[in-house]
Design a protein around this ligand. Sequence first.
Ligand SMILES: Nc1ncnc2c1ncn2[C@@H]1O[C@H](COP(=O)(O)OP(=O)(O)OP(=O)(O)O)[C@@H](O)[C@H]1O
Ligand SMILES: Nc1nc2c(c(=O)[nH]1)N[C@H]1C(S)=C(S)[C@@H](COP(=O)(O)O)O[C@H]1N2
Length: 178
Amino acid sequence: MTDPAAIGVVTISDRASAGVYQDLGGPAMVEWLGKALTSPWRPVARLIADEQEVIEATLRELADQEKCALIVTTGGTGPSPRDVTPEATEAVCDKMMPGFGELMRAVSLKVVPTAILSRQTAGIRGQSLIVNLPGKPSAIADCLEAVMPAIPYCIDLIGGPFLQTDAAFCKAFRPKAK
Ligand SMILES: Nc1ncnc2c1ncn2[C@@H]1O[C@H](COP(=O)(O)OP(=O)(O)OP(=O)(O)O)[C@@H](O)[C@H]1O
Ligand SMILES: Nc1nc2c(c(=O)[nH]1)N[C@H]1C(S)=C(S)[C@@H](COP(=O)(O)O)O[C@H]1N2
């Protein structure tokens, strides 16, 4: 039997990490992925402040030590001075995947006119795909629903584990069968 695929779920929020409010983003990402994935996986969760060095170190740790096939982040994608998640993501990635941000903003625009304020992006570090989501917990489902169909094939292409999804909830598309 193969090991469960490690998936990083990273909440980036000054206030949630300081305990000012409860982190709803991390649990929402775990819950959504639990509904979408049918192949074995395990979450590797982190709750950190909007500090670029800390975000970069966390992404490196999850990719290089924890060997996460996928790392989803929530928060810190907007225009405020302390929103630096896209900068941290770009700093640690070998290759950017701009289509993810383009699609997520397009679908979010149908939900909220301020969707264009998110600079959310995605990229590859080694054998890990990193995807940024906005901080609003409701944005997690909006965005993952849009991009998840392409994620298993992207992970195939970078040499990661074979992820399977529940087609009734989220149908993964693979142009070429493995
Ligand atoms: N992890 C989270 N858990 C629960 N609610 C959140 C979380 N992140 C954001 N929110 C909610 O979404 C709103 C907008 O998020 P945003 O990321 O802009 O927060 P912020 O004002 O930048 O502050 P912070 O970095 O402290 O989260 C917040 O005011 C909060 O109500
Ligand atoms: N689907 C979705 N996308 C969204 C939002 C939302 O509520 N739902 N909020 C927007 C707003 S108001 C902001 S400022 C940006 C950045 O949010 P962040 O800094 O919390 O990541 O995401 C945008 N994208």
